[in-house]
Write a new protein. Structure first.
Length: 294
């Protein structure tokens, strides 16, 4: 019976009304999106679910899909016993300052590389590209020695300078490529009207680069927030220790309280989601504004 109905639908699609066909198409699209998102969202859901389990249940075999007794004790323990709030604030301060510094330097330098020609410009750009592709792990020991010599160990400045080494080259390339797509006639027209090059940059060119600024901010923040190697080596106390090092410290040599690890990981993703959502809105507004002005 089901086969006959399916054959009838396939053989005579015109019998379906237009609204029913649209509903069927939407249903298939939603189903396809759900199947695509399951592999991506399942790890996130598993982290949240595991954080609601007791430590004993996280070690039971076979593994339980849902907690037998839902509990938020893991969240209470990481904030009360592990001083997790301090790690969060440290990571936020370092990530925001690194992002602000990276955007400011990348905007100025990207505009200069896009608009002006000077001696050794190709060599400088090649050096920036090499700095971006250079393995970061090889810079850990030199930065550790540098920080010890100049007293930058366990300081926000030491982490920000270290993060900027591998964040700013990528930000510079993004801004340079975007500035090259903005017609030079705009800032030239502003300078003809009496504006200085700095005024033309701030009032004319930079507002049109809001999409690139948003993308650069997202990349810089996520990179700084997730950085682990430099944060581990350049911090020896809890004074400026970041969230990535704090989560790794929860994994013990002989035993690990996995519910606390999952709770820390769940809390650590919240600022990333908030920042990405905020800059995504700004990115779309900037693209629409640039399209209208163009």
């Amino acid at each position: 019976m089901a086969t006959r109905i399916a054959d009838a639908v396939i053989d005579s699609p015109g019998r379906l009304s237009l609204s029913n066909r649209r509903r069927l198409e939407v249903s298939f699209k939603v189903l396809a999106l759900v199947l695509i998102l399951v592999p991506t969202l399942f790890p996130v859901a598993w982290i949240v679910i595991s954080s609601m389990k007791t430590n004993l249940e996280t070690h039971t075999v076979p593994v339980t899909l849902l907690p037998e007794n839902w509990s938020i004790s893991a969240y209470e323990q990481i904030f009360e016993r592990r001083n997790f709030g301090r790690y969060m604030s440290n990571a936020m301060i370092v990530a925001l300052l690194t992002t602000a510094w990276g955007i400011m330097v990348a905007a100025w330098s990207g505009y200069g590389f896009a608009r002006y020609d000077f001696r050794f410009k190709p060599a400088v750009m090649a050096f920036v590209l090499i700095a971006q592709s250079f393995p970061r792990i090889l810079l850990v020991i030199p930065y550790f020695q540098f920080s010890n010599r100049f007293g930058l160990t366990d300081t926000y400045a030491g982490l920000i300078l270290a993060y900027s080494t591998f964040i700013q080259p990528l930000c510079l390339w993004i801004m340079k490529e975007y500035f090259e797509q903005i017609p030079r006639d705009l800032d030239e027209a502003a300078m003809v009207d009496g504006a200085s090059p700095y005024r033309a940059f701030w009032d004319v060119v930079l507002p049109l680069a809001r999409p690139a600024l948003g993308a650069t901010a997202i990349i810089a923040f996520l990179t700084a927030w997730n950085e682990y190697e430099f944060a581990l080596v350049l911090t020896t106390t809890e004074r400026v220790r970041t969230i990535s090092v704090a989560i790794a410290s929860l994994i013990g040599e002989f035993t690990t309280e996995w519910n606390q690890v999952m709770a820390a990981a769940a809390i650590g993703t919240i600022p990333v989601i908030i920042v990405f959502t905020f800059f995504q809105r700004q990115l779309m507004q900037g693209m629409m504004g640039g399209a209208i002005k163009g």
